[in-house]
Design a binder for this molecule. Sequence first.
Ligand code: SF4
Ligand code: ZN
Length: 507
Amino acid sequence: MSFGGVEAGDFRKILIYNKDRIFAFALPLGYVTDEWYANAAGAINWGFPTIADTPIPEVLPTGITTYEHVVSNIPHDKIVAKAVEVRGLKVTVSAVPIPVAFGAAFEGERVRGEDIYLECGGGRTAMVEWVSSKRMDEVEDGKVEVIGPELTDVSAGSKLPLAIVVEVAGRNMQDDYEPILERQIHHLINYAQGVMHIGQRDIAWIRVSKQAVEKGFRLSHIGTLIHAKLHQDFGRIFDKLQVRLYTDKDKVSEMVEKARAVYRIRDARIEGMTDETTDMYYSCTLCQSFAPSHVCVISPERTGLCGSYNWMDCKAAYEINPTGPNQPVPKGEVIDARLGQWKGVNEFVFKTSRGKIDHYNFYSLVNDPMTTCGCCECIAAVLPMSNGIMTVNREYTGETPCGMKFTTLAGTIGGGISTPGFVGHGKYNITQRKFVVGDGAILRMVWMPKMLKEEIAERLKSRAAELGVPGLLDMIADETVGVTEEAILPFLQAKGHPALAMAPILG
Ligand code: SF4
Ligand code: ZN
């Protein structure tokens, strides 16, 4: 006990020291004699559990040791993992064993044109990333499987669908942590040299360069790096992690459906909470590596613009990592209740944008809107001629009535600045009650891509009904009506769209 500073005979302190600091356990293999029993009892009294391969009586309640005292009848191929689990040992992966360089330095790197070996997602194929929690016995730590073609099975310039399914298990794991782990996938994949990642959830997009493939990079390494890095950074909340990478079309579609059902549940957890019910919002600065002045401040009714983080997720992320990118932001004094501006938020944004942004409004795109980074699910823009607004989602690649496609919009306003007349936002946010409420709320919406209208139809209908215009969805134009302001105006007039009769949007 020389390093413990504990006196001989001070059994309580010795027990606590061993329990917290010495990661030992007893592994009796084969027949357990009376003497072994006595030794195991002694080990327990020292804070060390016993894991046996024979069916000796189990002592499952916890108390003296961290978890169970005696666990028995464990087959040899499971016994190491079981001992690690019962002892509460944390796996640390110190290096990221992949054949390309790995680190934050490669985060902003782009893979373009001739350099692309493989592309997944980004509107070209289906792609989804999904973290879910499982029971301890359902997860084999470090297991990575590729189901469908690997990189070596396709030629340069190929496209594949991709589902990255990460399953975690742990004594401290909660469903609430799933979105937090999932959101890390974006920057972790970007850390690999020669691999580019954009987006999240079911709109993720990845490109692997020829150079990376030449160096030996394979899809399986995505699993390897996620396993290593999540263990390093979030090992406190889970114990085991396995990754399946599907590139088989039918399997990917199946995973997309499953993940979407989960996303809906996650999004809806915030339903019913209003911005007025809390004095505390949360920040997210995860995207500062791409957009250095960008700070998302997330309120119950203003989900993060990437759609991945809502107020609950940020709160949970702060609890897991109190010095991380999600910090509590006291709202402070109200500066403008209609536009959604608070003194405390402004001060926080000023500090965290390093003096670049000194204020913004949560509920307006006309007046000093929130900053936008490149991951937003949708971008809304003012349409002056129709006295309304439009919004376009990332998956829609066509023209829009504001004169720009999504990619051009993202390139123009996505650098972490506040651009009056435009704002990035999440899909779910469109039907949250505070959505551009300072500009006249969703009644201003005159154009959306058809696919987006269909995706959020049910929620949009109920939100519109609350505002007294139950038929709003059918009054909103889409690309089948037109992709210029001139082309959609007659439609809006014929439908009697409410925006046309509202106060001037740029008034
Ligand atoms: Fe966080 Fe906002 Fe980036 Fe989403 S878009 S990861 S909420 S900073
Ligand atoms: Zn971003």
